[in-house]
Design a protein around this ligand. Structure first.
Ligand code: ATP
Ligand code: MG
Length: 342
């Protein structure tokens, strides 16, 4: 059985992109893999978080995992800061990763913005901490959205360089698992930007806790163009949307892709169904579908969040299991490096 490690930052409540691009796939992978799901609060503070909000978001993300179908009797859910191995291993890997490698990371450039001198050092070494998350458990597979592919490549490079430098076979380079058509859900306001927790506009995303009226409003306001929906002429031989068509109407295809992902169908199928229809009608159908999928999850999240003590207990039990898996790996790595045991 392979082992999966994946994480979400508790920077905000989860959105549809996190659900379709990450959490929903995790739920499906639980049968096939041993799974470790982490609420990465140490990653979250690379950008300032209000402490009270961080605590609340950590619980909300945990509730979202459970409400979506992560089964904690098999899979592990815990918060990153509850297992010190992540921080300790990250230091060692900071000494393996090269400045030149980190300089190529596009997420840092995006998140640091123009005032790069003023970005936290943590934001810069974020991908090294992510490598520690994965390598500390010898995870074989890491499900991520398109946006995290580059960081995963870096984790592989770090594992290989460590093994090379020390002449060992200690770290396992993880394989990416990029999930299906919804690997990249775009913003509702700008079809060229990914849907994101950190987007200042709440109209850019659908949150997993949004009620039916909010979902309806956000989709009604979602950016589109005046043309009716496209038909089969935009599909290539494989039934995928051609790159030219997509580049011309990114917002339109994003909504179609969301519909396809929510209904577990091919986008070509959805395009054939709605060909030539008006966007207003399509948006109403998309609203009904989104409410049908997210409504029960949001309700279950509310139920779970009414008992924060129980969520905290799930996390501390998960943390104990996570420590039991990763502490021996760290010990082995420390021996390889030449640290004396304490
Ligand atoms: P932030 O803006 O704080 O970085 P985020 O929305 O990017 O938040 P993360 O916590 O960074 O969310 O990522 C959690 C998981 O969700 C990752 O596996 C990531 O690849 C996936 N993910 C994030 N955004 C999207 C998206 N728009 N479409 C598909 N998957 C996504
Ligand atoms: Mg992100």
């Amino acid at each position: 059985k392979g082992r999966i490690f994946s994480g979400v930052q508790p920077t905000h409540t989860l959105h549809l992109g996190n659900y379709l691009g990450a959490v929903r796939n995790w739920v499906r992978m639980q049968k096939e893999f041993e799974c470790i799901f982490c609420v990465v609060d140490m990653h979250a503070i690379t950008l300032f978080q209000e402490p009270q909000a961080l605590r609340q978001n950590t619980r909300e993300v945990t509730a979202a995992f459970m409400a979506s179908g992560i089964d904690v009797s098999h899979s592990i859910i815990f918060a990153q800061s509850q297992n010190r191995v992540h921080a300790q291993l990250a230091w060692i890997l900071n000494c393996v990763a090269r400045v030149g490698w980190l300089n190529r990371m596009t997420q840092f450039k995006e998140k640091a913005g123009k005032d790069r001198e003023n970005a936290s050092v943590g934001l810069y070494t974020y991908p090294v901490l992510m490598a520690a998350d994965i390598l500390g458990y010898r995870a074989t597979h890491v499900p991520v959205g398109e946006d995290q592919k580059q960081h995963l490549e870096l984790a592989r490079d770090i594992a290989q360089k460590f093994n090379n430098d020390y002449g060992v076979d200690c770290l396992v380079p993880p394989a990416p698992v990029i999930g299906g058509p919804a690997a990249r859900v775009m913003s509702l306001r700008d079809g060229t930007k990914k849907m994101s927790k950190s987007d200042p506009s709440d109209y850019s995303r659908i949150n997993m806790t949004d009620d039916a009226d909010t979902i309806a409003l956000k989709l009604r306001k979602a950016k589109t163009d005046p043309a009716p929906l496209p038909g089969a002429e935009v599909l290539d031989a494989k039934g995928a949307v051609t790159a030219e068509a997509e580049a011309a109407r990114p917002e339109a295809y994003n909504l179609l892709a969301i519909y396809a992902a929510l209904s577990d169908r091919e986008i070509g199928d959805v395009i054939n169904q709605f060909a030539g229809r008006e966007f207003s009608a399509f948006k109403r159908e998309l609203t009904d579908l989104a409410v049908a999928v997210l409504g029960p999850i949001g309700a279950e999240m509310k139920r779970l969040l009414a008992h924060p003590g129980e969520i905290d207990a799930v996390l501390s039990q998960g943390a104990a299991r996570a420590r039991a898996l990763s502490e021996p790996v760290l010990k082995e790595i420390e021996e390889v490096v030449g640290f004396l045991s304490a």
